[in-house]
Design a protein around this ligand. Sequence first.
Ligand code: TYD
Ligand code: MG
Length: 459
Amino acid sequence: MSRAPAFVCAECGAAHRKWAGRCDACGAWNSLAEDQGLSTAGPPGKSLGAAKGRPAALVPLAGDDAPPPRRPTGKAEFDRVLGGGLVEGSAVLVGGDPGIGKSTLLLQAAAGLAAAGAPVIYVSGEEATAQIRMRARRLGLDAAPVRLCAETNLRDILTMLDAERPALAVIDSIQTMWADSVDSAPGSVSQVRAAAHEITNFVKRRGGAAIMVGHVTKEGQIAGPRVVEHMVDTVLYFEGERGHQFRILRAVKNRFGPVDEIGVFEMTGAGLAEVPNPSALFLGEGGRRAAGAAVFAGVEGSRPLLCEIQALVATSTLGTPRRAVVGWDSGRLAMILAVLEARAGVSFAGLDIYLNIAGGLRVSEPAADLAVACALLSALHDAPLPQDAVIFGEIALSGAVRPVSQIEARLKEAEKLGFAAAWTPPSAALSGAGPGVRATPVEDLREFVLQVFGADHAG
Ligand code: TYD
Ligand code: MG
């Protein structure tokens, strides 16, 4: 029988037999801590096979269950990410960097639910009730019938919830909760796991829903939200760049809805405002787009989203030129550069490259390849791209441009925002596009570079 692992990474939850300075699984430094209790394996030497239990119940696969009841929070962007509202009996984890706006978002959602008549309790282990009241006043929500509880003792909190049976309990944050059954400090991997487990169990048994806040940590001093992701039904991450007012709520796991759905918010002086039409926001100030800027027609979750991809190319003074990327994958940039060089003869050797997705958005779709390539080429040639065109398409290592999903939705969004042209992959779906946008299929990168940027680099 295998022994329980002795060390656990506070960032990703990976188990290790021996202590090490760096976690093999996620690469975090100094994040391994001894695991006390709650190991995945049972106690050593004792096998479950020996004693007989009651046989577990079996049911047929076919069945006619009603969809789980949902409660809208009144924040449409939040409800969209949840899959249409908060599901009864579900446990939700909202992760994000400290200061990104998790408490603000959840207080607003809590107030929305409470205003609709649902009993809501906001448990804070981080702030005193006076601080939460002050935030509520600032948000104009001080009249909402939300009840507050400043407490960190999990046993006392569960006892209170059991008596009150709220429709929603917000737990802010999971890292401040303290379960007396576990013998380690609040915020440790075992405490965070125990607390999340207890709370999840509670809503499964007693009904209602729980939203837990989990701080993402860089130092590994306290356990990050990833160590409890597997326990909860839904995992949402709240992200955004510090200097930008835009915030994106992203579903990374959802037993009750689609993943990769996003909700877009703007942090204002009076809390988080919903952004129902994010394309306009990520396209920047309008005006003329400079050389190096390309408009990518992307899809985030179920929603098309246009954003500007900006590239800057400058002579490098370094032996190894700089490749700085914000909002996109740097490995993917390296691949595009290699394809441009090998297939189209365009070299960026000796040049620093800066690539940025405007507005603090993070794009992970391969469909952005062609827009990134266009931004790079436009920057290199110091030639602005057509002002009225959107671009999308995946680039293969062969230099071929590959079709992507949801072409019609992308073109429709472009039309809606006043674009008249599109550079797209070759696809049968183009014929179904509306008359508003003139689509030009791009089949091969080399031919395309020749046509659009003139000089035959490969020549
Ligand atoms: P908060 O919700 O406390 O973040 P978290 O719970 O994720 O740590 O938000 C913190 C930041 O948000 C803080 O720097 C101030 C800013 N803020 C606003 O800009 N407007 C507001 O109305 C509120 C309540 C906060
Ligand atoms: Mg907070």
